[in-house]
Ligand binder design. Structure first.
Ligand code: AHR
Length: 536
């Protein structure tokens, strides 16, 4: 067989454990994400678990969602957590971000019910723009203080007042929230701060924050604080904040947001459904720019964080198009999601694996009814998108050891000349490093399972009309057997909707027979493939 490309997996070159949290999620009180998407109410005819849409829970369980971020996004920057606790009928109606009305029916306890039903960790984004540090401190206390007397240690006393309030509101047991975002996009909707100003705020908000647990170790790991990072490739921000945060205040992670947009100066541009081949390749090249953002952020973090203990948290990512395909007027920022977005998801997740030593969490924006969604829902109608299938096919990577992989395939020139996608609306523009797209990209990991040692190889072939026959080689191992799935469609615009929820779905991959550590495989055009290689 003549081959077009080569993939070499290097088992002797481990990169790091792929944090399951790389497969994290994000939901915000925005458009139809919470109200209708996640929350349908206990009295709804739509199947629900204490008011949370059952189909949402099921889909999240199906992709083993490890972590869920809430309440925002920019919504978090003006959200008072106290509005969303206590008897539902007493909660205040507010005009929230993007001038939407918020009944506060979905609050902290409902969010925790959601996380518990999914079996994932909560990640709360705290408001450091409009609330004082005391409210952050007390939100931690409300969530994590034990409701037994005097457990925090030293002096005799009763039950913590906020733990008692939490118990009265239905949860005697602490929520034990570990992940806390200290502000969101503080360079923009979170207060238009400079890196130095935010560094000072970060120190003030996180000083003497309560940590619970019987042992020192438990207390240390009871909070994983996440500092607000850059807008796309703005490494100056990252370096600046890190300089202002002392060693003593070092966060667990540093968040970064990168949206793939059709325009370097806007968060959102292009059309979700109508696009031509050059625009298709350009979107993917912009998406692949994620790798440069990770390596630039890592270098910036390393300027002061010499041991590299502070990891990257890519807590908003996805392709964000202009309005035109929303589910309806009340579903602000919802958009359709095609095979193009599935391919972008594969490219992005593979980049995260390749940098498993650097990326500790990533949260797709957003899980349902907003931007790069895995699910779309409107009243009793529900569908998963092609991106959902990629998350599901890639599941074996979660918690596995990422391996270095070499890809040798001709690259695709980006037909659209562009400026640097620094991400979002602060772009200053320069020469485009995303001028080429890899002709084949992917990642590999290894894990020990009930079937012995299993390698997972995921590969994206972005060519619109070229299958790529590839020689896959794993030096020093014997492949005993191989199984695989492929996600593709005759038309790159293919997508699922409420009347055709299964239009795009994975199929078993057509597989050859391995010989020693070698396999010939043809990756169909515009496809995402996951191969499972069981080693002898
Ligand atoms: O995900 C939508 C919005 O994009 C979020 O609220 C904000 O953080 C970002 O600008």
């Amino acid at each position: 067989t003549s081959v077009d490309a080569h993939i070499t997996i290097l088992p002797a070159e481990p990169i790091g454990t792929i944090a399951p949290e790389i497969y994290g999620h994000f939901i915000e009180q925005l458009g139809g994400v919470i109200y209708d998407g996640v929350w349908v109410g206990e009295k709804s005819k739509i199947p629900n678990h204490h008011g949370v849409r059952q189909a949402f829970i099921d889909a999240m369980r199906a992709v083993k969602a490890p972590v869920l971020r809430w309440p925002g996004g920019c919504f978090a920057d003006s959200y008072d957590w106290r509005d969303g606790i206590g008897p539902a009928e007493k909660r205040p109606q507010r005009t929230a971000f993007w001038t939407q009305e918020d009944s506060n029916r979905y609050g902290l306890h409902e969010f925790m019910t959601t996380c518990r039903a999914i079996g994932c960790e909560p990640y709360l984004a705290a408001d450091v723009r409009s609330l004082p540090a005391r409210d952050f401190y007390q939100w931690v206390e409300y969530c994590n203080a034990p409701s037994t007397p005097n457990l925090s240690g030293s002096l005799p006393g009763g039950i913590n007042a906020l733990a008692a309030e939490r118990a009265r509101n239905g949860s005697p047991e602490p929520f034990n929230v570990r992940y806390w975002g200290v502000g969101n996009e503080v360079w923009g909707c979170g207060g238009s701060q400079t890196a130095e100003e935010y560094g000072g705020e970060y120190r003030r908000y996180t000083e003497w924050i309560p940590r619970y647990g019987a042992t020192d170790e438990q207390r240390r790991d009871s909070l994983r604080l996440i500092a607000c990072g850059a807008n796309g490739d703005d490494a100056r921000w990252t370096a600046g904040v890190m300089k202002s945060i002392s060693e003593h205040h070092k966060p667990f992670g540093f968040s970064t947001h990168y949206y793939t947009s059709g325009d370097a100066k806007k968060f959102a541009a292009g059309d979700a459904l109508e696009f031509d081949p050059p625009t298709y390749y350009d979107t993917l090249a912009r998406g692949a720019f994620m790798e440069r953002i990770i390596t630039d952020s890592w270098s910036a973090l390393g300027e002061t964080n010499h041991g590299h203990s502070v990891k990257i948290i890519m807590d908003e990512w996805g392709a964000w198009y202009s309005k035109s395909t929303e589910l309806g007027p009340k579903y602000n920022l919802s958009q359709q999601s095609t095979m193009r977005d599935a391919i972008l998801s594969g490219i992005t997740l593979d980049i995260f694996h390749k940098h498993a030593d650097k990326v500790a969490m990533a949260n797709v924006a957003q899980t349902i009814n907003c931007i790069h969604s895995l699910m779309l829902a409107s009243e009793d109608k529900f569908t998963v998108t092609p991106t959902f299938h990629v998350f599901k096919m890639y599941m074996p990577h979660q918690g596995a050891q990422s391996l270095r992989v070499e890809f040798a395939a001709a690259s695709i020139p980006n037909p659209i000349a562009r400026v640097t996608p620094v991400g979002g609306n602060s772009a200053d523009g320069s020469i485009d490093p995303a001028s080429k797209l890899a002709g084949l990209s992917g990642s590999a990991s290894i894990a020990t399972t009930g079937n012995g040692k299993v390698m997972t190889l995921t590969v994206v072939n972005p060519h619109l009309d070229q299958p790529i026959t590839t020689e896959i080689v794993i030096p020093g191992v014997t492949i005993a057997s191989v199984t695989g799935e492929v996600l593709t469609a005759p038309d790159i615009h293919a997508h699922n909707d409420f009347t055709h929820p299964n239009a795009v779905h994975p199929e078993p991959a057509k597989l050859g027979t391995p010989s020693g550590g070698r396999l010939i495989h043809t990756f169909p055009p515009a496809s995402v493939t996951a191969l499972s290689l069981i080693l002898a």
